[in-house]
Design a protein around this ligand. Structure first.
Ligand SMILES: NC(=O)c1ccc[n+]([C@@H]2O[C@H](COP(=O)([O-])OP(=O)(O)OC[C@H]3O[C@@H](n4cnc5c(N)ncnc54)[C@H](O)[C@@H]3O)[C@@H](O)[C@H]2O)c1
Ligand SMILES: [Fe+2]
Length: 383
């Protein structure tokens, strides 16, 4: 760990029950008079969005409610049209990673002269766009504090990222009450996404003492509180712990990166539209089985953080306990097991492996190198 590390995060974090009440103050501070709320129909119908608009009585604002899960690129075009037509001067994302990622992309793209494709990649956004306030309604992606927007390219059947520090939100408002209406399956999938962010950041070759402490702290909270939030959706303490853990895991992976679980999960989202957290969970134990020889001491820490006891165990035993504990947590929240449940033809596995092997942006963070053949083997084990 002899390397220079950057640490970047949203400019301001406001957390805790009732934090949404600060929205007006923040809009004023940022000089935003006519924000566009970026959200989806479900959150409008459940009146989750009302928990924000009730504070905007004195402002003019618009609502773009067209966001879809695993959002496709054309949604950025649709949202940009509304942003420009309404003369909006800021974006408030109210939703899961999908809504937050659309708002980030629109901030970058609204005044950009080229095509959206020109922004895919790292550091290709030329300037900071309209201010972004991110208000997550899931506890998982950490997108409220990261510098990336992930979009589905349906033609290429791939998920692509715009990575730029200009996408770091100006404010993240993380309030547990925004997450209580999440269906159980979304609580589970997004919670496992946060767990994978923490684990992959912790074992990343770019981990630092700062990201390690956030990642381990997040793992402890997720191990304890994800089952509680899953069992009782109104358990506000569990929701608060999960919302904060997701934020912490976001800060960890936003700086240390994620690795092979995410790289192998992308083709599942891009081709078969499997929700991001579920794709991660399907691959987590198999990728970790592969990774474990690269960093056994870190796997012991992961086991302990997730509540398992490793005192007296050899390194090999402790590593196995870590993998089993991750798998148990996925089972506790009823994440389905096996790629075959998702109508993925087994003959597609080779080309999925070829696609995953291209995601060097993430694979370079992974503690153990993977060839296309080895990726294919992992998909076969997870099938
Ligand atoms: N930018 C990043 O840093 C980052 C990190 C990880 C994942 N992602 C991306 O985020 C997306 C996934 O986001 P997600 O897991 O948060 O899910 P999501 O935003 O796709 O939402 C999933 C579903 O849950 C519903 N939902 C969300 N909050 C709800 C609530 N409080 N009550 C009721 N329903 C609710 C939504 O309407 C939607 O139908 C993927 O596209 C993934 O690639 C981005
Ligand atoms: Fe993720």
């Amino acid at each position: 760990m002899n390397q220079i590390s950057n640490f970047k995060v949203a400019n301001k974090l406001i957390t805790g029950k009732g934090a949404t009440g600060k929205i007006n103050e923040e809009l004023k501070r940022l000089g935003v008079h006519n924000p566009l709320i970026v959200t989806d129909e479900i959150l409008v119908n459940l009146k989750v969005v009302n928990q924000i608009t009730e504070f905007l009585q004195d402002l003019s604002y618009g609502i773009f409610s067209g966001v879809q899960p695993e959002p496709e690129i054309h949604l950025v075009e649709d949202c940009k049209v509304m942003f420009l037509a309404g003369n909006h001067d800021g974006l408030i994302a109210v939703g899961g990673g999908s809504a937050i990622d659309i708002a980030k992309a629109v901030s970058a793209y609204a005044t950009f002269d080229g095509k959206i494709e020109d922004l895919f990649g790292t550091d290709l956004v030329p300037a900071k766009g309209a201010p972004i306030i991110a208000i997550p309604t899931t506890a998982g992606t950490g997108s409220e504090v990261t510098n990336i927007s992930i979009l589905s390219d349906t033609e290429a059947q791939l998920k692509k990222g715009i990575v730029s520090d200009y996408l770091l939100p100006d404010v993240a408002i993380v309030a547990p009450e925004m997450t209580v209406t999440m269906p159980k399956s979304v609580t589970a999938a997004s919670g496992i996404d946060a767990l994978v962010h923490a684990i992959e950041a912790y074992i990343s070759v770019y981990a630092s003492p700062i990201t390690d402490s956030l990642a381990l702290g997040a793992m402890k909270m997720i191990g304890k509180y994800l089952p509680k939030a899953y069992a009782d959706p109104n358990h506000i303490e569990a929701r608060e712990q999960m919302a904060t853990a997701s934020l912490m895991a976001g800060m960890a992976f936003g700086n240390a990166g994620v690795g092979a679980v995410h790289a192998l999960a992308y083709p599942l989202g891009g081709r078969y539209h499997i929700p991001h957290g579920v794709s991660n969970a399907l691959l987590l134990p198999y990728v970790m089985e592969w990774n474990k020889i690269a960093c056994r001491e870190k796997f012991r820490d992961i086991a302990e953080a997730l509540g398992a006891k490793t005192v007296g165990l050899s390194d090999v035993e402790a590593t196995n306990v870590a993998v089993a504990t991750m798998q148990n947590l996925c089972q506790t929240v009823n994440i389905p097991k096996g790629l075959h449940h998702f109508q993925i033809p087994q003959e597609d596995i080779r080309s999925m492996a070829e696609d995953a092997a291209q995601i060097t942006r993430l694979l370079k963070n992974n503690p153990r190198v993977l060839s296309v053949d080895e990726i294919e083997q992992i998909y076969q084990s997870a099938y």
